[in-house]
Design a protein around this ligand. Structure first.
Ligand SMILES: *Cc1c(COP(=O)(O)O)cnc(C)c1O
Length: 403
């Protein structure tokens, strides 16, 4: 294929004219993907160092996932939940068994899973904990990211996510992430739940202090408060374990899952957890036309099958250690945070901004994106090889020292 700059420009002009401007993508127009690589409309190849914010943990078009989707496309794609279908119960059982949980509520987007968890926690608080009607509170962390719905942005601390979108949903209390005393003080008799990301992705891949999550678990136990772990980004092998909380040896009462659960093919999310909590939902009280559809369940089952081997968790652990050691040695880096094949690279003062670094990386054939002003988020597909990591890290080394 020949390089045709006008083609890229034309596609971008279409986006800018006809779509809302709620993103600021890098000026690359992608047309194909395979494994850890993507190809643009001009035939240029790029190493994927972002993996769709962890939606592509298994890489682009993983053969097992594509085969499962194609097989299901030829059988049955949608039923609504008005009827049973033959993929639904199997998906729920397999996902519950994989995550060591008791019950599954399937949904589509990550935000929908978080919304569902909020609703269920409130219902549990009223029906089981005895919180007075309308008084349930959920404790959340500053700098959180849980999605973009009106209720979820109501407890965001990001001005861009909130400004001019009010009025906001009440019932949330915000405490600084990682501050166990603040969290303890925020809990009252009306607390339904604590909702946290085990590692804060959008905030810059922020890992809480050692022991923090276990103390959160203890406080929740002591006060009869649910612990909801939002593992939409951190879960499903990204950190080198099935769930990020597994590293701490603790369990949440509810987990929200998404992103990688759809295998990079379609949106699939879920709330998984305790049956005595999820089981509070009765017919008519909650639902979703597309949640748990046959195609989503077939793809989700194929994802579960890949995760059950442990191969991707192991790759993330081993290659993640390599990624972190290489990033940690670079000039122009103030700090590297994260776990497994997931790193927030804090660019040192005086260096390029995250956006400038991302653009310079693109020119070198590596697609990565900033989060916050001065942080590069590195989260390659877990199928990446050591040599490909070297290719990406070498490019980062160049753009941070000679942008
Ligand atoms: C991406 C993300 C969400 C929202 O998922 P969507 O599918 O974009 O709605 C929620 N929580 C966390 C931790 C995420 O990273």
């Amino acid at each position: 294929m020949t390089v045709d700059a006008a083609t890229t420009r034309d596609y971008i002009a279409l986006d800018e004219r006809w779509s809302t401007h709620n993103y600021h993508p890098l000026p690359v127009v992608l047309a194909e993907g395979e494994g850890a690589w993507m190809t643009d409309v001009d035939g240029r190849r790029y190493l994927d160092f972002l993996a769709g914010y962890s939606a592509l943990n298994f890489g682009h078009r993983h053969p097992g996932l594509v085969a499962a989707a194609k097989a299901q496309l030829d059988r049955l794609t949608l039923t609504s939940r008005a009827f049973h279908h033959d993929q639904f119960g199997l998906f729920c059982r397999e996902l519950a068994e994989l995550t060591g949980t008791e019950m599954v509520l399937p949904a589509n987007s990550g935000a929908e899973a978080v919304e569902s968890a909020v609703k269920i926690a409130r219902k549990w608080a009223y029906q089981v904990k005895g919180v007075p009607d309308g008084a349930a509170e959920i404790v959340v962390a500053g700098a959180n990211f849980h999605g973009r719905t009106t209720t979820i942005i109501s407890f965001s601390t990001d001005a861009d996510a909130r400004n001019d979108f009010g009025p906001f949903t009440p019932g949330f209390k915000t405490v600084p992430y990682g501050d166990i005393d603040a969290l303890r003080s925020a809990i009252t008799g009306n607390s339904a739940a604590v909702l946290l990301e085990p590692i804060q992705g959008e905030a810059g891949v922020v890992v809480p202090p050692k022991g923090y999550l276990a103390e959160v678990r203890q406080i929740c136990d002591d006060t009869d408060t649910l612990f909801i772990a939002d593992e939409v980004q951190s879960g499903l092998a990204r950190t080198g374990a099935m769930l990020a909380l597994d590293h701490e040896g603790i369990r949440a009462d509810l987990y929200t899952l998404g992103k990688a659960l759809g295998g990079g093919i379609m949106p699939v999310s879920a709330v998984v957890g305790r049956a005595d909590v999820l089981g509070r939902l009765k017919p008519g009280e909650h639902g979703s036309t597309f949640g748990g559809n046959p195609l989503a369940c077939a793809v989700g089952r194929a994802v579960v099958k890949l995760l059950a081997t442990g191969e991707f968790q192991e790759r993330s652990r081993e290659l993640g250690a390599y990624l972190h050691s290489r990033l940690g040695e670079l000039d122009g880096v103030a700090e590297v945070r994260g776990r497994g094949l997931w790193a927030g690279v804090q660019i040192a003062e005086g260096g390029p901004t995250g956006r400038q670094a991302s653009e310079a990386l693109m020119a070198r054939g590596v697609l990565c994106k900033e989060t916050q002003e001065m942080t590069l988020r590195v989260a390659p597909p877990l199928v990446i090889t050591r040599e490909e990591i070297d290719f990406g890290v070498d490019a980062i080394a160049e753009v941070l020292t000679a942008p």
